[in-house]
Design a protein around this ligand. Structure first.
Ligand code: F6P
Length: 363
């Protein structure tokens, strides 16, 4: 029996492979199984503030399972509670949350599904506290969200980074060079750890373990002595040297988290080359890790998360997101996500396994 409920979907923060698969799962199940009407909010919270939206039909969400990005558009800066308005060269911040909430109320939706990372879901939590019925779906290549073992997008990013490391391996071997591959992950080392292990990195540097460049150089020299005349260093963008600081690429003032990382690979490259006197090159994987088609794992995960989000809407589990715990999906309060990020524990089994095969973590 159709109940004619109307729901809305919003995608916020950095894009990643699998968002469209979630949109598809939510919309198809809502339309096909529940007889609901679905609205797509455009460009993240910008759309909520400026009343930009469009209906999503079954046809609109067909054929998007494998496509990268988000058909709804996204924003890493729009925040209804601190909405940046440009006045000439100046930025002014306004609280437009009441406008956003009014717009949503006028749309008559019974639930807003927010697909996003810590920034987006943190705002979703505030909107929920201000009376908006919200269900969250955890998204980020960084895998740094609390309350879930894994986020969709992570597996795809690891796959792309690993492919990059594999390709760098052959050129490193041929030229007897040290190759540094900088990967994303913000202040967490999940991508570097997983891609580093999968790609056989000789040295893996993660933000959770501050490094000493002399220890890295020692490892490279030891390898050289043993006839391994190349080394692969996988470095997370958010690493810091012991007693030192992270490398900031730019500050995006209007963003919920203004710091954009990047460039530590070049700093390290120069230092390692100087100490070892071995030719060194740096490759920054950058936004390649967020582009293109999701892996089969992420397509499956995204479909499960989207389907569960609709169940949660039906059960009126508002203020919660779909979390992954072992092999099951669980409802997790958005409060948990808002409390901080999930970094790699120092006793993580993968760190232990990597150390046991001789991988150096720069410590
Ligand atoms: O959170 C996803 C992410 O790709 C991080 O890994 C990275 O630090 C950041 O976003 C890059 O942000 P931007 O797309 O604004 O350059």
């Amino acid at each position: 029996m159709k109940n004619q409920k109307r729901i809305a979907i919003l995608t916020g923060g950095g894009d990643c492979p699998g968002i469209n698969a979630v949109i598809r799962a939510v919309a198809k199940k809502a339309i096909y199984e529940k007889g609901m009407e679905v609205i797509g909010i455009e460009d993240g919270y910008h759309g909520l503030v400026n009343n930009q939206y469009r209906p999503l039909t079954y046809d609109d969400v067909s054929g998007i399972l494998t496509s990268g990005g988000t058909i709804l558009g996204t924003s890493k800066t729009a925040n209804p509670y601190r909405y940046a308005v440009r006045k000439g060269r100046r930025l002014e911040f306004k609280d437009l949350s009441k406008t956003a909430i009014e717009n949503l109320k006028k749309l008559g939706v019974s639930c807003l599904v927010c697909i996003g990372g810590d920034g987006t879901l943190g705002i979703a939590h505030r909107l929920f506290e201000d009376g908006i019925p919200i269900v969250g779906v955890p998204k980020t290549i960084d895998n740094d969200l609390r309350g879930t073992d894994i986020t969709f997008g992570f597996d795809s990013a690891v796959w792309i980074a690993t492919e990059g490391i594999d390709r760098i391996h052959t050129t490193a071997q041929s030229h007897h060079r040290i190759m540094i591959i900088e990967v994303m992950g913000h202040k967490a080392g999940w991508i570097a750890l997983h891609a580093g292990v999968a790609g056989g990195g000789d040295i893996i540097l993660i933000p959770e373990i501050p490094y000493d460049v002399n220890i890295i150089a020692k490892k490279v020299k030891e390898r050289n002595k043993k006839g391994r005349r190349f080394s692969i260093v996988v470095v997370a963008e958010g690493v810091r040297p012991k007693g030192g600081d992270i490398v900031i690429q730019r500050i995006v003032k209007e963003s919920t988290d203004p710091i954009r990382l990047g460039g530590v690979g070049f700093v390290l490259g120069e230092q390692i080359e100087k100490i070892t006197e071995l030719e060194t090159r740096t490759v920054v994987m950058g936004h390649l890790q967020r582009g293109g088609s999701p892996t089969p794992f992420d397509r499956v995960l995204a479909t499960q998360l989207g389907s569960k989000a609709v169940d949660m809407m039906e059960n009126e589990e508002f203020g919660y997101m779909v979390g992954v715990s072992g092999n099951t999906l669980a409802s997790v309060s958005l409060q948990v996500v808002a409390e901080g990020t999930k970094t790699v524990p120092l006793d993580h089994p993968l760190i232990k396994a990597a150390r046991s095969v001789g991988t150096c973590f720069g410590d």
